[in-house]
Design a binder for this molecule. Structure first.
Ligand SMILES: [Zn+2]
Length: 75
């Protein structure tokens, strides 16, 4: 299930110029930041499509790009 923060991010996203999702051509790709287990910022960014039916995600991890892996939402 999508979390509330996601929809907050979505509302913010429509006011910004974000890249359109190339998979569904409908959603926007929003950047996600992440943090390591010790609370330090991690040098990668994940991008996720705002279209729930699409679910496309792209992850840049220290120069390596991973496509299509589902973003895991921690509770
Ligand atoms: Zn999409």
């Amino acid at each position: 299930m999508l979390e509330e923060w996601f929809f907050e991010a979505l509302k913010g996203a429509v006011e910004m110029e974000l890249p359109k999702c190339q998979k569904c051509n409908d959603g926007l790709l929003i950047p996600l930041s992440d943090y390591g287990q010790e609370g330090a910022s991690v040098m990668f960014k994940a991008w996720a499509c705002t279209n729930p039916e699409c679910g496309f995600s792209l992850r840049v991890d220290k120069g390596e790009v991973t496509y299509g892996k589902k973003i895991e939402y921690k509770h």
